[in-house]
Design a protein around this ligand. Structure first.
Ligand code: SF4
Length: 374
């Protein structure tokens, strides 16, 4: 398949690996930002093919994983209200809140629906004018534009029974927060190609300069990852810290101007808490003043809800690259995809789920659960 098979070519992968092996002279720690990249690395065993001096640290770029528990509890509270139709992508239904998840709300009679686009939720609102329809808008710069467009469309069409529960986050402030942490070991970043497809690369040179860290924008196929590693290692070995675009088939410096325009109109930057990490200044979006009446948190008065994370789950350390999933005591025993303690085990992009799916037999004794992700 074009754009997939050609980026999985074993011969080209071997050549890139040879180049990396020939370049490395000392240990380096690289963070792949995106959960999609983590899955590709673990699935194809890329980390096991690299020289042992190179450590890949799994970053916080999984949208489900970084959505705070408190936001899940707000979703559960809204979805339980009579008269509400709560719409979400399927991933979120299994994410445990405090004591239950959206599946359980549905089993108890709540009208929780899986949709494939926020526009599906808007259509449901049009078809059910007597009901309140809420869409759970989570994720990074990639999922924010369609959600912003849907809210704009709702206003244009005068659909008042639609609202958005917003939990959008932005990657560059998270990179900044990771680099500012006293425990940070990251020396280079593989930035998420799909985020840069929307936002471009303008926010990265200042970050690379401030933290003296190479940032290589790359994709998700094995050759993309290897090329990202190759370029990062080359920079590190000669003391450079520049931004490079290793994903030019998708990413332009200016990103997608139409998407950026709608984002700037409908959302405004705000501080956001990241699950397991805490509050990161300017790391998210909320609805701008002009669209605030589509905000589900205000409409359903859940904006004051506060929740503490379960103490036994160490997903915060996993999301910051301070702990590998299989180093968590609960991995594969007290925490599996069928009974997850944290979102990093639920989401198909979560690092704990990736290790469970591809590495659990190599690491620790685990439960007899056969299927990692339902
Ligand atoms: S294995 Fe489970 S308990 Fe441990 S960090 Fe991952 S999600 Fe949390």
């Amino acid at each position: 398949m074009k754009y997939i098979d050609e980026f999985q070519d074993p011969e080209l992968a071997r050549r890139l690996l040879d180049d990396i092996h020939a370049t490395v002279t000392r240990p380096w720690a690289l963070m792949e930002v995106c959960g999609g990249q983590t899955h590709s690395i673990i699935r194809h065993g890329i980390d096991q093919l690299l020289p042992e001096q190179i450590e890949l640290i799994h970053g916080p770029g999984c949208p489900v994983c970084v959505t705070p528990l408190e936001m899940i509890d707000k979703a559960l509270a809204i979805a339980s209200r009579p008269g509400v139709i709560f719409c979400s992508f399927g991933d979120m239904l299994r994410v445990p809140g405090t004591g239950r998840d959206l599946f359980q709300v549905r089993a108890a009679g709540g009208d929780v629906r899986v949709v494939y686009s926020p526009m599906d939720a808007l259509r449901i609102a049009q078809q059910n004018p007597e009901r309140e329809v809420v869409f759970f808008g989570i994720g990074f710069e990639t999922t924010a534009p369609p959600n912003a467009m849907t809210v704009r469309q709702a206003r244009r069409l005068g659909i008042r029974n639609f609202s958005l529960l917003v939990s959008h986050v932005r990657v560059p402030p998270a990179i900044d927060a990771i680099m500012r942490s006293p425990e940070c070991r990251v020396q280079a970043f593989l930035a998420a190609g799909h985020v840069c497809t929307v936002m471009g690369t303008d926010e990265y040179p200042e970050l690379a300069e401030r933290h003296r860290v190479p940032i290589v924008v790359t994709g998700f196929e094995p050759l993309d990852i290897l090329e990202g590693v190759r370029r990062s290692v080359r920079q590190l070995e000669c003391g450079r810290y520049a931004v490079e675009n290793a994903y030019p088939r998708a990413v332009r410096a200016e990103g997608n101007p139409a998407a950026r325009t709608v984002l700037a109109e409908v959302f405004e930057v705000t501080d956001r808490p990241w699950r397991g990490i805490g509050m990161i200044p300017d790391s998210g979006w909320r609805l701008s003043a002009a669209y605030r009446d589509f905000d589900a948190e205000a409409r359903f008065s859940v904006d004051g809800m506060r929740t503490l994370e379960p103490a036994e789950c160490r997903s915060g350390e996993v999301l910051q690259g301070l702990l590998k999933p299989d180093e968590c005591e609960m991995f594969g025993t007290g925490c599996t995809p069928r009974s997850p303690l944290g979102a990093t085990m639920v989401s198909s992009e979560g690092a704990c789920a990736a290790y469970y799916l591809y590495r659990r037999l190599e690491t620790r004794p685990v439960s007899r659960e056969a299927s990692p992700v339902a």
